[in-house]
Design a protein around this ligand. Structure first.
Ligand code: HEC
Length: 310
């Protein structure tokens, strides 16, 4: 599938490249480091089951993932990347975590997000021969409770493709899209009219994804996650990327207010986001992910504040 849509993506990315808004002086923007961990097969269902995760009941009582895990992402990732009980098919020599430096800004029209990371010594997993690395962002504006609480884990389920109860073609989804979810995930997908209502009320997560190969322009897609991962016909997001000295610098931008498949972004709201990085020609779940992080626009108490660009 990836190879079939690749030429199409190249065309879109070139358009995005040409359209990209004016340059930001990122040296004047304060960034923060985030550590992304290798999550193996630790799904939403497992983290909510006390017998499998000692944080489960405290999470159900209201303590978010980061409340216990922030600061220990590196050791958690190191633990899981080679642990056969949670990672049945480990990739030999795979690092357990990747650090990223993240910055936000806006120019009254567009939101900008810059992600800088060094993938480190990544073995070639040969799962996706055409794409070396990918950076994805998922975000919500407070409409998806599970996402505010658990970030990307809200979309990561035991029955997703390549997960323990996975079926091919079952992509990320949100719990609200299902009736009767259990420890085995799934349940029944809600009828189309109910899904449409949830979507119209903003109960979806938005995602962006840039595919990266050194020396080539980034290719970008975006879309939403509700009952599954649904790509937009044309992305509202652009991405510019450079690779230098072992380090990727990826700059996403998007109009602050876009269409119905994108969250309105502006002051006075708290946005929760998560970042995922695929490195070393991996795909599907074989990525690094951040815990839930937040941003605000202009002021507020997000981890990041997108201020007017210098
Ligand atoms: C009350 C504290 C607490 C909360 C909240 C919590 N956890 Fe944990 N988590 C733990 C502890 C303690 C362990 C290690 C022992 C275990 O596995 O039960 C752990 C283990 C893990 C592991 C395995 C790697 C490791 O470091 O052992 C993952 C992955 C994980 N948690 C993810 C999550 C996610 C995702 C959430 C939110 C949905 C979450 N946790 C919420 C306490 C917590």
């Amino acid at each position: 599938m990836t190879s079939a849509r690749f030429p199409f993506l190249v065309a879109l990315a070139l358009t995005g490249f040409a359209n990209s808004a004016h340059a930001i002086d990122w040296s004047k923007v304060q960034g923060k480091d985030i550590t992304l961990l290798y999550p193996a097969q630790m799904s939403w269902e497992l983290v909510l089951t006390q017998a499998e995760h000692s944080g489960a009941s405290k999470f159900r009582e209201g303590k978010n993932c980061r409340g216990c895990h922030e600061g220990n992402e590196d050791s958690s990732g190191d633990l899981m990347v080679g642990d056969k009980t949670i990672e049945p098919t480990p990739i030999a020599g795979k690092p357990g975590f990747v650090k990223a430096n993240v910055k936000f800004a806006h120019d009254d029209q567009n939101l900008f997000m810059r992600v800088e990371f060094a993938p480190g010594k990544q073995p070639d997993a040969k799962m996706d021969p055409k794409i070396e690395s990918r950076v994805a962002v998922m975000l919500d504006d407070g409409k998806v409770m599970e996402f505010s609480r658990g970030g990307c884990w809200a979309a990561c389920h035991i029955d997703n493709e390549k997960m323990p109860k996975g079926t091919d073609g079952v992509s990320m989804y949100l719990p609200k899209s299902r009736n009767g979810m259990t420890r085995e995930g799934g349940g029944v997908v809600k009828p189309a009219d109910e899904l449409a209502k949830i979507q119209a009320e903003g109960g979806y997560a938005e995602y962006w994804e840039a595919s990266l190969n050194p020396g080539m322009p980034a290719t970008v897609i975006d879309g939403i996650v509700l009952d599954k991962r649904k790509e937009n016909a044309a992305p509202a997001v652009t991405a510019n990327a450079t690779f230098d000295n072992g380090k990727w610098t990826v700059e996403f931008s998007r109009k602050l207010s876009a269409d119905a498949n994108h969250k309105d972004i502006g002051p006075g709201k708290l946005y929760t986001f998560g970042i995922a990085i695929h490195a070393g020609h991996t795909n599907k779940r074989f990525h690094y992910v951040s815990l839930e992080k937040t941003f605000t626009v202009d002021t507020g108490n997000g981890d990041f504040i997108a201020k007017k660009a210098p």
